[in-house]
Design a protein around this ligand. Structure first.
Ligand code: SAH
Ligand code: SF4
Length: 402
């Protein structure tokens, strides 16, 4: 979501004749788009802003913007007091009004439109935000507080944005939202929105992130089964394999409910790759609870999992005893090892099979299941080709174009 916001911010600068630079010495403006989902992310943002003091001293006319979720949490007053050299602070809730801050600092834009430029994933893959904020209340999570309740964009706005990005050369669209499959605008459901986006000319593949287990319905499963352009990959965060912890986290599903959902998704889309997120060391997590999480890695057949140590974000007096840093570290290491071993097995299962690959360079692309794929030659950037997989290494499949 932050990457998508950053791309929109970059576009607002481009309308004023600015271009991106990797070299801070050349920069006329710097935007720090902050995250606060875990304390570490917030700390990193703070030290990054601190380091920009030197840049600002050398470039007193340069403009420094601090935006996003940590900016929302800490507030403009606090940040400007701590870092007086910051020119503008725009919190996540006001991120769509970033243009106003730009006008205040740099004046109005001479242009109203610019062609989109994908910065993060690949030139062929563009993000389209379909909903902002979140209306769930997972106990550990700061997102609803810093991004506000869920607000869906109209289907017209979504289609206009996606069509624009396809016109600018994107082949693959990633629809974004915190509980993306809970999308509802008037009578338009998530599945109906997917249908509309799937019908856009030029679209080769459609992804979305992140769905929440409680919002899948039969209409979606039918669409998934019928629509090969829907990526055969789902990033479906589970967080824990223990029913007790899932309940404390207020996730709204059980371990067996989650596994049953995976079965239904995989029945609709054979070969579907599923990745996930885990949190270890949630307050009160016992060895038994953690064992349930470890076992789930194999049972869920996840192709990949992002594993995080629990980071206290919200002060909840009812929370059970915190888990010590040492225990958390040990559990994280065990989980990472289990995930790595399992990913290897899942990737090896692909050997000898055909993958639909969207190429980014002549030798590199991404499979529908979101696996990185390498070939020796023959890929055409922006085009899909079938690759026969001959081997797997780390998180990459190797093969030959058919
Ligand atoms: N909306 C998505 C998740 C968004 S946050 C969903 O519900 O699936 C991205 C990930 O950060 C989460 O899946 C979770 O694993 C992790 N996360 C969120 N809050 C955290 C916290 N307090 N400590 C550690 N990890 C956290
Ligand atoms: Fe946070 Fe995701 Fe839960 Fe929303 S659904 S509160 S964003 S973890």
């Amino acid at each position: 979501m932050n990457e998508a916001d950053s791309e929109n911010i970059a576009a607002a600068f481009r309308r004023r004749g600015y271009a991106l630079t990797e070299d801070i010495k050349k920069a006329d403006a710097v935007v720090v788009n902050t995250c606060t989902v875990r304390q570490k992310a917030e700390d990193k943002a703070i030290s990054q802003i601190g380091r920009l003091r030197v840049w600002k001293e050398k470039r007193p006319d340069g403009k420094l913007f601090v935006v996003g979720c940590a900016a929302q949490k800490l507030g403009g007053k606090y940040l400007k007091q701590k870092f007086p050299f910051v020119d503008e602070v725009v919190g996540a809730k006001a991120i769509e009004q970033f243009e106003d801050s730009l006008i205040a600092q740099l004046g109005p834009s001479p242009e109203t439109e610019t062609s989109h430029q994908n910065i993060y994933r690949s030139p062929q893959t563009a993000y389209t935000t379909i909903m902002r904020g979140c209306s769930l209340k997972c106990s550990y999570c700061i997102v609803p507080a810093v991004r506000g309740p869920a607000v869906c964009l109209s289907p017209d706005a979504v289609l206009a944005d996606a069509a624009d990005k396809l016109k600018s050369g994107a082949k693959e669209i990633v629809l974004l939202g915190q509980t993306v499959n809970s999308y509802k605008y008037g009578k338009t459901t998530f599945s109906e929105l997917l249908r509309k986006v799937l019908a856009l000319p030029g679209l080769q593949r459609l992804r979305f992130m992140s769905p929440h287990p409680i919002y899948f319905d039969d209409a979606f499963l039918q669409l998934l089964a019928a629509e090969p352009k829907l990526a055969r990959h789902m990033h479906l965060p589970v967080q824990s394999g223990s029913d007790r912890i899932l309940k404390l986290m207020r996730r709204g599903y059980t371990r067996s409910g989650y596994l049953a959902l995976l079965e239904r998704l995989r029945a609709a889309a054979p070969g579907l790759a599923v990745s996930t997120d885990f949190i270890v060391g949630y307050p009160g997590e016992t060895e038994e609870d953690f064992k349930d999480t470890l076992l789930l890695v194999k049972e869920g057949r996840f192709s990949l999992a992002y594993c995080f140590k629990y980071s206290p974000r919200t002060d909840k007096p009812e929370m059970a005893a915190a888990i010590s840093e040492t225990v958390m570290e040990t559990r994280l290491e065990k989980l990472l090892a289990a995930v790595k071993e399992n990913s290897r097995l899942v990737l090896n299962e692909r050997i000898g099979k055909i993958e639909e690959v969207l190429f980014e360079t002549e030798t590199y692309g991404r499979a529908s299941g979101n696996f990185a794929v390498r070939v020796k030659a023959g890929g055409t950037p922006g085009q899909m080709a079938e690759v026969l997989v001959s081997g797997a290494e780390k998180n990459t499949l190797n093969g030959k174009i058919q």
